[in-house]
Design a protein around this ligand. Structure first.
Ligand code: ADP
Ligand code: ZN
Length: 750
């Protein structure tokens, strides 16, 4: 085992160990560490963090290092089940109780709570408040209460759950037990409701940045959406994603078109039976369905971390909704993509819809829609606009949105604008946007001919430009206030006073050059993409695919979603690093002890099948940390990665290395780290094998090295360590012999 069975103390240090051992992560994200310190200090805590920010760790890790059970209140059965499965896969004992759990199972769970075996117990609010449950809780030791999705408490929010408002009983009945409340909703009213309704005691509030830098934000013109989506799917083969549509009908039709291309797609909306919906959701979680076309009913409470992209077929009503929906992509931290199809027509239909809703909210909702529209039409970094909306400022442009990746070039568009404005006026201000473009391009369709628009002077004046280009320029004119849309007159375009000035040549217009959509996804040369992905044909990509297939097979055998086995980002790291030994595999972010035990060998075999050295497998049978010491093995000795050297003591091997560099002897390191000396020796030889520099002279004098070299020569060839050990009459231990042999190989440049 990597870790000796040290008793855990509720300290940050042991929390770090738990993060490495159970989750396989080297370090906490910045805010997690502060939050966990606060929780361990027994303080009430409020955590506001975006989806994918890593909230779960903030209460799960303290739950493991503290005595007693952490009771987690969670509003959705699917979510509970997911989280408990993920915890178990990491080797942490957890269970849930809700209406779907039978009495006998409940009794088992109760017993596990009482005997201190269980670390986390998830309950629905209904269950928590049901008769006798609080009495049951009183019989056990509770480390803390975690209120997940805490915004459900606020009647201002969209997910209001009346039972949540009764959670104050927890404080009343368990005044000594600290409470941590977590949500991805940041607004002030909700925050206040959480604090007062839960009766929190001077809580510390942690508001994390809402930035999701791994998401590439893209807005595309709403023309030929289906074509655009099919082309997008072509470029994102095998990647899970969600397409949000406004109507049920749209969901079904679009899913059909995608299926027709041989892609496994399903649809999901409120008009389906609960069973139908559950089976679609299940298919998506298990990667049996690659694409879900859904209304916004889909997604809440889905923990699937390997959703790689989200597409909005229509403009969302507001930025809150948009941000929540795109937040479902890239939760594992690996690159994700969010594409929004934007057209003015959507704005118009949403305006109609919102005006019919609750009259008290109309103005607010229309204002929110306007902000959404501004985002879609932005000429500057989109992430800046988003974060600004949530009250944050980004000092620089993000480099990972369509505008940053491909800054639009501007040109003098006065002449273009004049052509369009002239057509607007000569068409007696009766042209809609699409009709205007048809007239400019000299089309001979029904609408053009029946209105007699083929007779006006500007007919065909813009035939040199394709439809999409004109579409973009007319929208820019709208945004610049040269024309406006008369909604009540069949959406016809009218010229404004400013437009007249342009038409009369009194004012110039600067326009952004229209860019075809694919360019927005490309990375500008010379800049390393946040979304860097191996080229589809590279060996790395082939290995990634193979690892994904293996993950899917194991997941199906075990009846869990694939991302519970390993996240996409973990597989990507495996594909890049090609770990073929225990140590290297444990060095991959997301591979903890339990997962290594369960899946490590299978994944190493897959890496080996893709060009690793089979000899390395022998390592796996040893119950030590030894690594394949054969430097001929392409997988084992590797130049040190910067990350490994620089990070703190998150990983046990790294911690040993840090202490070695500080000048400590192996004995001192062992004592300091409460490890066996042999473990420290293994760490050091592993590091040396991996290409790290050690102070060899600390362990072997020149005289020692000469003696060993002579012995090696006498034995001939490549002696077994055991023979060398015997030959030298047990004068040197295995550790020093191993180092010496590696040292000679290095000298020879092997
Ligand atoms: P949230 O609940 O805030 O939506 P999660 O707790 O599901 O987010 O975490 C999102 C993803 O980030 C998960 O895959 C999780 O395992 C991973 N993660 C969390 N903390 C860390 C960390 N310190 N280092 C690396 N990955 C992390
Ligand atoms: Zn940007």
């Amino acid at each position: 085992m990597l870790f000796a069975a040290e008793p855990l103390a509720p300290t940050l240090e042991s929390a770090r160990k738990v993060l490495k051992q159970y989750y396989g992560y080297d370090s906490f994200r910045p805010m997690q560490e502060d939050i966990i310190s606060n929780v361990l200090a027994g303080q009430d805590t409020v955590v506001l963090m975006p989806t994918g920010g890593g909230k779960s760790v903030c209460f799960q890790v303290p739950a493991v290092v503290q005595e007693g059970v952490c009771v987690v209140v969670s509003p959705l059965i699917a979510l509970m089940k997911d989280q408990v499965e993920a915890l178990k896969a990491n080797g942490i004992s957890a269970a849930y109780i809700n209406s779907s759990v039978g009495q006998s199972e409940q009794n088992n769970i109760a017993a596990d709570c009482l005997n201190g075996y269980l670390k986390l117990l998830y309950v629905s609010p209904e269950k928590l408040l049901s008769e006798g449950f609080l009495t049951f809780l009183k019989r056990m030791r509770i480390s803390m209460f975690a209120i997940d999705e805490a915004h459900c408490i606020s009647s201002w929010g969209h997910d209001f759950r009346p039972e949540y408002t009764q959670l104050r009983v927890l404080r009343e009945q368990f005044p000594q037990v600290p409470i941590i409340a977590l949500t991805a909703t940041a607004d002030r009213l909700t925050q206040r409701d959480i604090q007062t309704q839960l009766r929190l005691n001077e809580p510390r509030v942690f508001l994390s940045s809402f930035d999701r830098p791994n998401l590439n934000l893209i807005v595309r013109p709403g023309q030929d959406r289906v074509g655009g989506i099919l082309e997008f799917l072509e470029r994102h083969q095998g990647e899970s994603g969600i397409i949000y549509c406004l109507s049920r009908k749209q969901c079904e039709t679009l899913a059909g078109k995608i299926q027709a291309k041989g892609i496994k797609a399903g649809f999901y909306h409120a008009g389906m039976t609960p069973n139908q919906r559950a089976s679609v959701q299940e298919g998506f979680l298990k990667d049996d369905l690659q694409v879900i076309v859904a209304t916004i009913a889909f997604g809440m409470g889905i923990d699937k971390s390997n959703v790689r992209w989200v597409i909005h077929y229509n403009l969302p009503k507001n930025i809150e909704g948009y941000y929540q929906e795109i937040g479902r992509a890239g939760r594992d931290g690996a690159p994700g993509t969010a594409v929004l199809f934007y057209s003015f027509a959507d704005v118009m239909s949403l305006r109609d819809m919102l005006s019919k809703d609750d009259p008290n909210l109309t103005q607010l909702n229309l204002t929110k829609l306007e902000r959404m529209q501004q985002f879609a039409e932005a000429a500057g970094c989109r992430r800046k606009i988003l974060l600004n909306y949530f009250g944050e400022t980004l000092p620089q442009d993000c480099g990972n949105c369509d505008i940053c990746r491909n800054p639009p070039t501007t040109f003098d568009g006065t002449e273009l604008a004049q052509k369009a404005l002239s057509a607007v006026v000569r068409g007696r201000e009766r042209l809609s946007i699409s009709l205007l473009i048809d007239v400019l391009r000299g089309m001979r369709n029904q609408a053009v001919l029946s209105g007699g628009f083929d007779q006006i002077k500007t007919y065909g004046a813009g035939r040199d430009l394709p439809y999409l280009d004109w579409y973009s320029y007319v929208h820019q004119m709208l945004n610049d206030g040269l024309v406006y849309i008369a909604y009540e007159e069949g959406y016809s375009l009218k010229i404004t006073a400013l437009g007249k000035e342009v038409l009369q040549g009194q004012r110039n217009v600067l326009m952004k050059k229209f860019q075809p959509a694919e360019k927005a996804e490309k990375t500008p040369r010379g800049r390393k993409a946040a979304a860097a992905k191996p080229a589809a044909t590279s060996p790395e990509a082939a290995l990634f695919e193979a690892l994904r297939t293996l993950r899917k097979r194991i997941a199906d055998e075990q009846g869990v979603p694939p991302y519970v086995i390993f996240t996409d980002s973990t597989l990507q790291e495996m594909a890049a690093e090609r770990p073929v030994s225990r140590v290297a595999m444990l060095g991959i972010s997301g591979v903890g002890m339990k997962k290594f035990e369960n899946y490590g060998e299978a994944f190493i075999r897959e890496v080996l099948a893709h060009g690793g050295n089979p000899a390395a497998l022998a390592d796996l049978d040893e119950d030590t940390l030894s690594i394949n010491l054969d430097p001929d093995d392409p997988g084992a000795p590797r130049a040190p990665r910067k990350k490994e050297v620089n990070t703190d003591a998150g990983s046990t091997v790294e911690a040993t290395y840090q202490l070695h560099r500080m000048g400590l002897s192996p004995e001192a390191i062992a004592e300091r780290r409460n490890l066996a000396l042999s473990t420290v020796h293994t760490h050091l030889s592993t590091l040396y094998a991996k290409g790290f520099d050690l102070r060899i002279e600390d362990f072997l004098s020149p005289q020692d090295l000469a003696t060993i070299q002579t012995a090696q020569a006498q034995l001939g060839g490549e002696p077994m360590l055991r023979d060398l050990f015997d030959h030298l009459r047990e004068q040197y231990d295995y550790f020093r012999l191993r180092l010496a042999l590696m040292y000679f190989k290095r000298l020879k440049g092997e």
